[in-house]
Design a protein around this ligand. Structure first.
Ligand code: G6Q
Length: 557
């Protein structure tokens, strides 16, 4: 299949763009209050359910005609072909000349997805089987450390896509995890991360998962070397006749695509769990990068999570755009970004278990769609990439919600809530959920000066209390956060990101913008370490900062 000529085209050239430009002007003369007064059926018209996630998007600044123009925009942008190309394993990550096949990671056993003459789903299931066998030996206590102790602590060392997914999934699914095992996640090269994560752990009971696609990442390899030292300094007793590699092979496993580097580090490739260059880091939590998740919740529940991902994949692949939840969410994001010049979207999960979900989404959305050129390298003519951010409710209500309600910046909100919690306690859950509904209501409908004055508020205070309303939000509701549900939720946002990137005509799967800083840091490291004053040839500010750091480093407290 050749690239649809629409894919990568500037959205400004599409007829729907002009329609939406005039729709936007018309929206300025109405409000959500008015739209609901005119049409009490909005919740029915502007809601959708997919794979058990119900989305009420009626409190968005949209009408029937706007939604149909947005769907037209998706059609004109070639989204349908682009989706098909992804699912067929075509090299849609053009700047890296790679397929984009995270959907293959959750394709059922026995399905076929050929890439370069190889059925990749067979390879995926081989790795899943390997992971399952290993996870079982850790969970059962069969896997022993070098001194014969069972493993009680699992420490994942990785960063970016090799950290954010595993941490988020562990926190999200903690209620389903083996409580006899302790999980820690080390990502930052700041020594504090490693030292604090390991200070109360026994090396004899600890397993490190070194998770790095490339096995060359500075932070991860620095932490991995410290892990090696931490293990060997306690567990390597030459008198026992055991070698350093005996110790490492019982206490370190690797998740990587780079077998040569894994071997060089001293990890037996039998204890390496592979994946492929067609899995982007930020799309890898359901690959072997999810090994810590599988150990925590067990292979069966990990498989439930994969089923959730796959069901949402199939919905995205097959549902007509007007009934396609990820497409609708992506289109709403484009609507606000390009026609309201909104810069951010807040994702506010009313679930403490999803406390790391906004951080996970920051990478998924911003590393994917923070791009300034289209697929053909030409400069974009519209804004791209929204800033996704958030905190769990109700905590955020007591801090930044003030700006969302009364500030001068329009921030569309995604609320996420559940009918039940895996850890019920008295009436906590009803109280929690009442707050989603109240916040969405307050944002949409606000409170007028007349309503506030009618309550007897002093005239000079009335303006301060006015709630402008007309602030959009989408409420996502599902039965309960389970492994299956997490899979559907993550895939929903993955495909919303795809939809946005496709309309903007950008490559959502590369990340060249993070490379320059890494290269510059490599040049600066020896200048900070050198005992002699180095000859600095950077810009004057960088030179001065390096000198100031060297002085601080050597100053006695
Ligand atoms: C994600 C990025 C990035 C990557 C990290 C870790 O899409 O590529 O966040 O995951 O830089 O890379 P390694 O897994 O290779 O260590």
């Amino acid at each position: 299949m050749s690239l649809d000529p629409a894919v990568g085209r500037s959205p400004l050239t599409m007829a729907a763009w002009n329609e939406l430009t005039s729709d936007r002007e018309q929206m300025s003369s109405t409000t959500l209050r008015q739209l609901f007064a005119d049409d009490p059926q909005r919740p029915e018209e502007f809601s959708i359910e997919a794979c058990g996630i119900f989305a009420d998007y009626s409190k968005n600044l949209v009408t029937t005609s706007i939604m149909s123009h947005l769907v037209q925009l998706a059609t004109e942008s070639g989204l349908r072909t682009h989706i098909d190309q992804m699912f067929l394993g075509e090299r849609i990550n053009t700047s890296e000349d790679r397929s984009v096949l995270h959907v293959a990671l959750r394709a059922p056993a026995g399905s076929t997805l050929m890439v370069d003459g190889v059925n990749v789903t067979d390879e995926v299931h081989e790795v899943l089987t390997h992971m399952g066998a290993f996870a079982r030996t850790i969970r059962s206590g069969e896997w022993k450390g070098i001194t014969g102790e069972r493993i009680r602590n699992v420490v994942n060392i990785g960063i970016g896509g090799s950290d954010l997914g595993p941490v988020m999934a562990y926190e999200a699914l903690r209620a389903y995890s083996d409580r006899d095992l302790t999980f820690r996640f080390v990502s930052n090269v700041d020594s504090a991360d490693f030292v604090e994560a390991t200070r109360d752990l026994e090396p004899a009971e600890t397993l490190f998962i070194i998770a790095s696609k490339t096995f060359t990442t500075l932070e991860t390899m620095t932490n991995a070397r410290s892990a090696r030292h931490w293990l060997l300094s306690t567990l390597h007793t030459p008198a026992s006749g055991q070698t350093e590699s005996d110790v490492i092979s019982r206490h370190c496993v690797a998740v990587s695509t780079n077998a040569a580097k894994v071997t060089e580090f001293g990890i037996d490739t039998q204890n390496m769990f592979g994946f492929w260059d067609w899995v982007g880091g930020r799309y890898s939590m359901d690959s072997a990068i999810g090994l810590s998740t599988m150990i925590a919740i067990g292979p069966k529940q990990f498989n439930d999570m994969l089923r959730g991902f796959h069901d949402m994949d199939e919905h995205f692949r097959t549902a007509p755009f007007a009934e396609n939840l990820p497409v609708i969410m992506g289109l709403l994001a484009v609507w606000y970004r390009n026609f309201f010049h909104t810069q951010t979207i807040a994702v506010l999960p009313y679930s403490q278990y999803l406390k790391r979900f906004p951080a996970y989404l920051q990478q998924l959305t911003m590393e994917s769609n923070g791009k300034h050129v289209r697929l053909d390298g030409s400069t974009v003519e519209t804004d791209t990439g929204l800033i996704y951010w958030g905190e769990p409710g109700t905590n955020g209500q007591h801090s930044f919600y003030q700006l969302i309600h009364q500030g001068t910046t329009l921030i569309p909100v995604d609320f996420i809530g559940f009918g039940r919690t895996p850890t019920p306690l008295g009436n906590h859950h009803d109280i929690l959920m009442s707050n989603i509904f109240a916040q969405a209501q307050a944002l949409a409908f606000g409170k007028t000066a007349a309503e506030i004055a009618a309550e007897g508020t002093a005239a000079d205070v009335v303006p301060h209390k006015v709630m402008p309303g007309n602030r959009p939000s989408t409420v996502l509701l599902a039965e309960m956060l389970t492994p299956y549900r997490l899979g559907t939720l993550v895939a929903l946002y993955e495909h919303s990101v795809f939809t946005q990137g496709s309309i903007w005509g950008i490559d959502s799967f590369d990340q060249w913008g993070v490379e320059l800083g890494k290269v510059l840091a490599q040049a600066i490291i020896p200048e900070l370490e050198s005992p002699e004053q180095p000859r600095l040839t950077h810009d004057p500010s960088t030179n001065a900062l390096i000198n100031r750091y060297r002085a601080l480093k050597n100053a006695a407290e």
